[in-house]
Write a protein that binds this ligand. Structure first.
Ligand code: NAP
Length: 298
């Protein structure tokens, strides 16, 4: 049996269409246009492309986008001053500081300086706490995207065995907390694996839903997957280069997930591809959080 492909591209498109309607309604009924401020320090090429995509998505949904691009040598004090101004600016509903920050800036200090009610990335300790007690306002974007893919692919979660590979603060830990909550689209029995897990395959083979966020190509192979399982591959690994489809003279990154896709596709019931799986959902969830932040204010 070949697995059904869960297209993050298609699901993201559907959610963005729903959001555009909500954004227009907010404007019509309350005269409020959600505004996202992005802050980029330095010129890391991956960060530049992420921030560009986030601003483009805001505009496409009819939201305001305020782009702040600062030189790599910006001091921590100046960055904190900008965050403070954005906290006080009523046109700004969401603040996104693109990570990683240059080494001389304390990332934690900057993230904690963002007003929790504008923390659309969901990384402020107040929002992490809200997530743990099941009262989240801004779930972190990648885990929120994973959960939406699970729900919208009609994968049953109540009582399901969910195994998460990876325990990072941005993916593994939050998605494991979200899936264990006493809520729709959750109510699962969750196991979290990491590099000290004794026999990972023993756990992954039990999973009805297997979520892999290890950052290691082919960390999960076909013999580690239960037949019929739903497999969500969060990994984005640059494994080489390939000619661009649009311009064959230009080379672009060749991406691979954490799951050995082709063989696993023959065992799993449903699977997300890389690219085109979790990736497109992350920015969409950022847009949803920005809309929620604006809605909270009215
Ligand atoms: P991370 O901070 O490097 O964490 C990786 C986690 O995986 C760690 O907890 C590590 O365990 C565990 N791990 C690594 N190798 C393992 C192995 N062989 N077996 C079991 N566990 C293993 O990574 P991350 O930030 O969570 O990201 C994970 C992947 O998702 C990366 O490829 C990243 O690019 C991708 N990602 C994609 C998106 C998206 O929007 N599509 C967003 C975020 C991340 P220890 O804790 O023991 O070290």
């Amino acid at each position: 049996m070949t697995a059904e492909i869960i297209s993050g591209k298609e699901v993201a498109k559907a959610i963005r269409a729903e959001l555009a309607v909500e954004v227009a309604k907010l404007k019509e009924e309350h005269g409020v246009v959600p505004g996202l401020a992005t802050v980029l320090v330095g010129e890391n090429p991956a960060s530049v492309s992420y921030v560009t995509a986030k601003n483009k998505a805001s505009k496409e949904l009819g939201m305001n986008s305020f782009q702040h691009t600062l030189p790599a040598e910006t001091t921590e004090e100046d960055l904190l001053k900008l965050v403070d101004e954005l906290n006080k600016n009523d046109d700004v509903n969401g603040i996104l500081v693109q990570l990683p920050l240059p080494k001389h800036i304390d990332e934690n200090k900057v993230l904690c300086a963002i007003d929790p009610d504008k923390d659309v990335d969901g990384f402020h300790p107040v929002n992490v706490g809200r997530l743990v007690i099941g009262e989240e306002i801004f779930p972190p974007c990648t885990p929120a995207g994973i959960q939406e893919l699970i729900i919208r692919s009609n994968t049953p979660t109540s009582g399901a065995e969910v195994v998460v590979v990876g325990r990072s603060n941005i993916v593994g830990k939050p998605i494991s907390i979200m899936m264990v909550q006493k809520k729709e689209g959750a109510n699962a029995t969750v196991t979290v694996c990491h590099t000290r897990t004794r026999d990972m395959a023993e756990h992954t083979k039990r999973a009805d839903i297997l979520i892999v966020a290890a950052g290691v190509p082919k960390a999960v192979t076909a013999d580690m997957v239960k037949p019929g399982a739903t497999v969500i591959d969060v990994g984005v690994n640059r494994v080489g280069e390939k000619p661009s489809k649009k311009d064959p003279n230009r080379m672009v990154a060749l991406l691979e997930g954490d799951v050995d896709y082709e063989p696993v596709k023959e065992v799993a019931g449903k699977i997300t591809p890389v690219p085109g799986g979790v990736g497109p959902m992350t920015i969409t969830m950022l847009m949803r959080n920005t809309y929620r932040a604006a809605k909270l204010r009215v």
